[in-house]
Design a protein around this ligand. Structure first.
Ligand code: C2E
Ligand code: CA
Ligand code: CA
Ligand code: CA
Length: 279
């Protein structure tokens, strides 16, 4: 980035100036954070509606910033994507999440799965398969316990690339989930083309279900069609008993949201799993 001389700042509004300075500052500290390994993974449980047990979890990255405290992905993922630093973060999250789940599996806490978010850029980098293989090799986790979450953008940028890559990933035994479903442009009929295992309904559709609202009809239709296409359905943003009961009645497979638990530290997640193992 270009350094500007003293008066040149005057051309910018104070807001713009501080935004630019903050951006540069953040980019620098993001590089340092990678170097210092300041990223940690929190986990949010996923509950099966049939068994009412935790069957897996989503890995959600946080940045333990030395002065700003715990930063959520909204604060740094967009910049990490812009600067290409995202692939190192993906690698770290994959490594932490698979190692952690392997330890929990060995401790007898159940054969659960962990889902890791994969940004769209990672598909075009051409090394996603190797990344996954590496994480599984290093951790010793079974491929069946690993899931990746991708958004519709990843599919639609280059559908043929996505399809061939997904086939190879599934052949490894790793499952593929379509994240934030309903927020992009693809239609359900499009989805037939892609080898997908799981459909995650975006939380914006869940918000008003259970009250008298057409979102209920949409969610019902998504669940039915996903099942007919052979996919399991996860509902995100399940916050209330109304949400839960509606989804249970509509035969949604898995729920995730604040009603079950917020994303928590590995220590807190382990406590939840130990409680469940005793029950
Ligand atoms: P996402 O993949 O859609 O993850 C779900 C987000 O919804 C999480 O926010 C989670 O804390 C939040 N959430 C869960 N349950 C509820 C609920 O009941 N109500 C509401 N209102 N929100 C709920 P978080 O952790 O801030 O992550 C935001 C986004 O950042 C994620 O959205 C994902 O796109 C991205 N992200 C998170 N971790 C990673 C990562 O390791 N790599 C990449 N590339 N992106 C990540
Ligand atoms: Ca996700
Ligand atoms: Ca999501
Ligand atoms: Ca989202």
């Amino acid at each position: 980035a270009k350094r500007l001389g003293g008066n040149q700042w005057r051309r910018y509004s104070p807001d713009m100036r501080s935004a630019t300075v903050e951006q540069l500052h953040l980019e620098n500290s993001l590089r340092k954070a990678i170097f210092r390994d300041e990223f940690i993974v929190h986990y949010q449980p996923k509950l099966s509606l049939a068994s009412q047990r935790i069957v897996g979890m989503e890995a959600l990255v946080r940045w333990q910033h030395p002065t700003l405290g715990l930063l959520h992905p909204g604060k740094f993922i967009p910049l990490a994507e812009e600067t290409g630093l995202i692939s190192v973060i993906t690698e770290r999250v994959l490594s932490q999440a698979t190692t952690q789940l392997k330890a929990w599996t060995d401790a007898g806490l159940g054969k659960l799965h962990v889902a890791v978010n994969i940004p769209p850029q990672q598909l075009h980098k051409g090394n996603l398969l190797q990344l996954l293989e590496q994480a599984l090799d290093d951790s010793g986790l079974s491929a069946k316990q690993l899931e990746i979450e991708l958004t519709e953008t990843s599919l639609m940028d280059d559908p043929d690339l996505a399809i061939s890559l997904f086939k190879q990933i599934r052949r490894m035994g790793v499952s593929i989930a379509l994240d934030d479903f309903g927020t992009g442009y693809s239609s359900l009929s499009h989805l037939r083309r892609f080898p997908l295992d799981i459909l995650k309904i975006d939380q914006s559709f869940i918000r008003d279900v259970g009250t008298q609202n057409e979102d209920g009809a949409i969610v019902r239709a998504i669940i039915t069609m996903a099942h007919e296409l052979g996919m399991k359905v996860v509902a995100e943003g399940v916050e209330t008993r109304e949400h839960y009961h509606f989804l249970e009645q509509e035969r949604c497979d898995i729920v995730q949201g604040y009603l079950i638990s917020r994303p928590v530290t590995a220590e807190a997640m382990e406590l939840l799993l130990r409680e469940q193992a005793l029950a």
